[in-house]
Design a protein around this ligand. Structure first.
Ligand code: ADP
Length: 341
């Protein structure tokens, strides 16, 4: 598809350039031939006047200039025509090459976007297929049973509900991802206290932290930033949720900050399983999950790509550093509200 689009765009570029060049050449040819004709008429008139003047007896007759011939004019015009055709062909060849190159450059970002979108659709369908197939297999299996006891029916419903909640989590994540991508241009911007945002994210992960006996220590230097409250809270929920998920029971997570003149740096540190050097460069990619057997995560690898997009929407930076079996640090840099004035 892109190959034919590449050729079509090249053909368009080439046709536009050639149209301009040919029109320009025709105009040059017409103007120059008209001027040559005019000059020849002028010159011939002067010669005729010279020949018909009365002879001067005192002075010897000068050599009469020869008349300019129409064939010479035609020869000059023909030469001009060949030169113009030659130049136009040259421009055509150069424009063809340059057009092909420019068409490639124009289409490259579109191709990258479409490839990413296709990859995303294929990953999402792949993730959706497993719970749907399990649901179907379980229900079909139960239908084949002649008598379904209460106990079996309850087991089936419980298992179906688990699969449905998996599906719901995935669709929720997919919706969040689409939302943060579309939020970029009409983000609701307001002045927000970073301490309040972290506090409300902390509240949202409290249940999970309690389940794992995890201690979350927040020691922040407050700062005012500008951004969208819901998405920034979601950002800290993702980071805290991961820190709890990927740390053993009874571990400690800390949230600390550092303020510079224009930015606030916030670090979310855990002492969990860590991320290997090979996985670390990919963790912000959609659907990327580091070594699943080690992390035993039930996530879909969408959390950090959502987090990254939220940070980018707020003109910030997010980075991760990690050491296996020692822990992970996510560092965020967000611009202070004072840096906007
Ligand atoms: P998931 O839903 O799988 O957690 P994320 O996008 O949030 O997806 O994270 C991507 C991967 O990065 C995870 O599968 C996990 O392997 C790794 N990861 C993220 N946060 C941490 C962390 N705090 N400690 C260790 N590994 C982490």
């Amino acid at each position: 598809m892109f190959r034919s689009a590449h050729f079509k765009l090249t053909a368009w570029y080439l046709s536009i350039i050639m149209l301009i060049t040919v029109v320009f050449s025709v105009v040059i040819y017409a103007v120059v031939s008209h001027q040559i004709e005019g000059l020849i008429h002028m010159q011939n008139d002067r010669i005729r006047r010279f020949q018909s003047r009365p002879p001067n007896e005192m002075a010897p007759p000068p050599d009469a200039p020869t008349m300019l011939r129409t064939e010479d004019l035609q020869k000059q015009e023909q030469q001009l025509l060949y030169t113009l055709i030659f130049i136009d062909l040259g421009i055509g060849i150069i424009a063809g090459g340059a057009g092909y190159f420019l068409a490639g450059r124009t289409l490259r970002p579109i191709k990258i976007m479409i490839d990413e979108q296709n990859q995303f659709i294929s990953n999402a369908s792949h993730e959706l297929r497993t719970p749907i197939a399990t649901l179907r297999a379980e229900m079909e299996g139960s239908l084949l049973e002649h008598h379904l006891s209460d106990d079996q029916a309850r087991k089936l419903i419980t298992s179906n509900l688990e699969e449905l909640s998996t599906l719901q989590n995935l669709t929720d994540d997919l919706l969040k991802l689409t939302k943060v991508h579309s939020l970029h241009n009409h983000n609701q911007q307001e002045k927000l206290s970073i301490a309040e945002i972290v506090a409300s994210a902390h509240k949202k992960v409290m249940a999970l932290a309690r389940q794992k006996n995890t201690l979350i220590k927040v020691s922040l230097q407050d700062a005012i930033i500008v951004g969208d409250k819901n998405s920034l809270t979601e950002l800290f929920v993702i980071l805290l949720d991961n820190a709890i998920k990927y740390s053993p029971n009874e571990s400690e997570i800390s949230v600390i900050s550092e303020k510079t003149q224009n930015y606030i740096k916030i670090m979310v540190q855990d002492t969990g399983i860590g991320i290997s050097e090979t996985d670390l460069p990919h963790i912000f990619e959609r659907f990327y999950r580091a070594d699943k057997s080690r992390s035993q995560s039930e996530g879909y690898g969408l959390g950090l790509s959502i987090a990254k997009k939220i940070v980018e929407n707020n003109r910030g930076i997010i980075e991760a550093s990690s050491q296996l079996e020692k822990g992970t640090v996510f560092t965020l840099q967000l611009p202070l509200s004072s840096s906007f004035s």
